[in-house]
Design a protein around this ligand. Structure first.
Ligand SMILES: [Zn+2]
Length: 224
């Protein structure tokens, strides 16, 4: 079977977009060291561009990014494929609406995940942009989550973000920037939730003291 080679112009443009997104993620402190991973779907072949193992978000270049085909074939590369490749590839297989994935170990969100707590969608923006962020437990052997744990959650096409216990976060989108925005909103929301809950505990407030909130559409409907 002949495997389709990606269009070189598209490949170059997608690599450059991935490099820019990875740089933004690193600059915002959402991913340091060589952990996490991000990828983008190619339109000209049944394949994705993905960061290899052992390369930091700030060190991605056109030369070290890999092309992985959704049938499992990896184009020749001197770099080791990421441990996350399988779950990225499977999400693209099961969700045609996903064109990009940003997976990072951002600290505030990963703190919630490591405490076994779902991050509450407590701002109007999180309700509108994300809706909910399911918490995905570790794999049965206590290891990091794989497609076995992650794919079933994302089969629900309304899921755009998830948090991985003791691990990190996943944001998916139609573009790399859309997935990156979700990674940022997840982290921002975890930070806000921590501040809210700390202040409420310090001042003896309970959730019953909080106002109800919803989307702009809810507010417009209520005003009619
Ligand atoms: Zn990870």
């Amino acid at each position: 079977m002949s495997r389709q080679a990606p269009d070189p112009c598209e490949l170059e443009a997608k690599k450059d977009a991935l490099i820019a997104t990875a740089r933004r993620c690193f600059d915002r402190g959402l991913q340091t060291n060589a952990g996490g991973n991000l990828s983008v779907r190619l339109a000209s072949a049944e394949a994705i561009v993905i960061k290899p193992s052992g390369v930091g978000f700030a060190e991605c270049t056109r030369d070290n990014l890999q092309v992985a085909h959704l049938d499992g074939h990896l184009d020749p590369s001197p770099f080791k494929p990421s441990k996350d490749l399988d779950f990225h590839a499977d999400l693209y297989r099961i969700r045609p609406d996903i064109n990009a994935i940003v997976h990072c170990h951002s600290p505030w969100a990963t703190g919630y995940a490591s405490a076994g707590m779902e991050i509450p969608c407590l701002t109007v923006q999180t309700i509108e942009k994300i809706g909910r962020m399911p918490l995905i437990p570790l794999s049965a052997n206590g290891g990091p989550q794989t497609d076995v744990e992650i794919s079933p959650v994302f089969r629900d096409t309304s899921v755009r973000a998830a948090v991985l216990a003791n691990h990190g976060t996943i944001g998916v989108g139609k573009t790399l920037m859309a997935a990156q925005y979700l990674a940022e909103i997840i982290e921002e929301t975890a930070h806000i939730a921590f501040v809210r809950d700390t202040l409420m505990a310090a001042h003896g407030k309970t959730h019953a003291d909080l106002p109800k909130y919803g989307t702009a559409m809810d507010a417009a409907a209520a005003a009619e």
